[in-house]
Design a protein around this ligand. Structure first.
Ligand code: HEC
Ligand code: HEC
Length: 300
C-alpha cells in the first residue's frame, strides 16, 4: 500500500468511528432527554366515554378489587393493587405504565419471551395464587386496555424512571429473623396483624395478608427476600415509604418470608426437588425454620 492509500484508509476509519461515537452519544442524550422526565399517566377523569373506555374502567376495577371482578381466577385474598399501589399508577411500586412499554421481553423465570399478557397471567398464577385468565377473556382484554391507556404518550422500549422497585443495596449484616420480627412488631403489625394474616373489614381485607393461606404463594416475586425488601423500603409502612433503614427493610423482608404460604404451583414431587429447580435465589423455600421445613405445609 502506498502512503496516500494508507492515509486515506486511516481517515476513513476515523470518520466512521467518530460518526458511530456521535450516533451513540446522540442516542444516549436522546434517551436521557426522553426518559429522565418523570412520566405521568392520564388522570382518572380522562377515561373516555366509549366502548374502549368501558374496557379501561373494567380493567381498573379488576386491578383494584380482583377477587370481586375476576373471582374465578383468584386463589387468595389479594388484589393486584395491593402490590402495585395507587391502582397501578405509583412510581417505584411496579406501575403498569412502565411495564406496558417494556413488553414483549425475555424473562429468566420461564426462559422465554413474554408478552404483556403473559406477564399479567403470571401474576395471576403466583401473586394471586390463582389461574391465568385465557388470552381472549374479558379479564385480560380489560387489564391490557387499562395498562395501555395508563401509558398514553409514554415512549416505548425504555426503562421509564419509576419502573419496578428501586434497586436496594445489599445489607451490611445478613438479614436476621429476630431483628426482622422486632421491625415487624414496631412498624407493620398494627395493620397487617401480629400473625401476618391481615386485617378484614366488612368488604374484605382492609390490610392485606403477608403470609398464610390468603397471601401470595411460594412462586411469587414477593417471596424473594431482595424483591420484598426493595418493595418495602420504597413503599412501607403505607404512606411512609423510605422511612425504614436499608437493614430494617432486609430484616423485615426476611422475617415475613420465613413463614408458610401457599405451595409453589410448579411443585415437582417434593420440596427439595422444587427448591433445586426453582429456588436458587434469595429465598427461604426449602430451608429450615427451627425444625420446620419451609414450603412443606400448605399455608398453615
Ligand atoms: C398503615 C397501615 C400499614 C402499615 C403500618 C404497613 N402496611 Fe403494608 N400494606 C398496607 C396496605 C393498605 C397495603 C395494600 C396497599 C393498597 O392496596 O393500596 C399494604 C401492602 C403491603 C405488601 C404487599 C401486599 C401483601 O399482602 O403482600 C407488603 C409486602 C407489605 N405491605 C409489607 C409491610 C411491611 C413489611 C410493613 C412494616 C414495615 C408494612 N407493610 C406496614 C398497609 C400497611
Ligand atoms: C403479592 C404482590 C403482587 C400482586 C398481588 C400482584 N403483583 Fe404484579 N408484580 C409483583 C412483583 C413483585 C413484580 C416484579 C416487580 C419487579 O421486580 O420489578 C410484579 C410485576 C408485574 C408486572 C410487570 C412489571 C414490569 O415492570 O415488568 C405486571 C404487568 C404485573 N405485575 C401485573 C399484575 C397484575 C395484573 C396483578 C393482578 C392480577 C398483579 N400484578 C398482582 C407483585 C405482585
Amino acid at each position: 500500500m502506498k502512503i496516500k492509500q494508507i492515509l486515506l484508509l486511516i481517515s476513513t476509519i476515523l470518520a466512521a468511528v467518530t460518526a458511530n461515537a456521535d450516533n451513540a452519544e446522540r442516542a444516549e442524550a436522546l434517551s436521557k432527554a426522553i426518559a429522565v422526565k418523570p412520566y405521568l399517566p392520564p388522570g382518572e377523569d380522562k377515561m373516555p366515554d366509549t366502548p374502549f373506555g368501558e374496557m379501561v374502567r373494567l380493567g381498573k376495577d379488576i386491578f383494584t378489587d380482583t377477587g370481586k371482578h375476576a373471582e374465578e381466577y383468584v386463589g387468595n385474598g389479594l388484589s393486584c393493587s395491593n402490590c402495585h399501589l395507587d391502582a397501578g399508577r405509583l412510581a417505584n411500586s411496579a406501575p403498569l405504565w412502565a411495564a406496558w412499554v417494556k413488553y414483549p421481553a425475555y424473562r429468566g423465570k420461564n426462559k422465554m419471551v413474554n408478552t404483556m399478557e403473559q406477564r399479567i397471567q403470571g401474576c395471576f398464577v403466583y401473586s394471586m395464587n390463582g389461574s391465568p385468565p385465557p388470552s381472549d377473556s374479558k379479564e385480560i382484554k380489560a387489564l391490557m386496555s387499562y395498562s395501555y391507556w395508563l401509558a398514553k404518550g409514554a415512549p416505548t422500549g425504555i426503562d421509564l424512571p419509576g419502573r419496578g422497585y428501586p434497586k436496594l443495596e445489599k445489607p451490611k449484616k445478613n438479614p436476621n429473623f429476630a431483628h426482622g420480627k422486632q421491625v415487624y412488631g414496631e412498624n407493620c403489625a398494627l395493620c397487617h396483624g401480629e400473625d401476618g394474616t391481615g386485617t378484614k373489614n366488612n368488604e374484605g381485607y382492609a390490610f392485606p395478608p403477608l403470609w398464610g393461606t390468603a397471601s401470595f404463594n411460594w412462586g411469587a416475586g414477593m417471596h424473594r427476600i431482595n424483591t420484598a425488601a426493595a418493595f418495602i423500603r420504597a413503599n412501607m409502612p403505607l404512606a411512609k415509604g423510605g422511612s425504614l433503614s436499608n437493614q430494617q427493610a432486609w430484616d423485615v423482608a426476611y422475617y415475613i418470608n420465613s413463614h408458610e404460604r401457599p405451595q409453589d404451583p410448579r411443585l415437582k414431587g417434593d420440596v427439595e426437588a422444587t427448591k433445586q429447580a426453582y429456588h436458587q435465589h434469595q429465598c427461604r423455600y426449602g430451608e429450615k425454620l427451627d425444625t420446620h421445613l419451609l414450603g412443606n405445609k400448605n399455608g398453615g
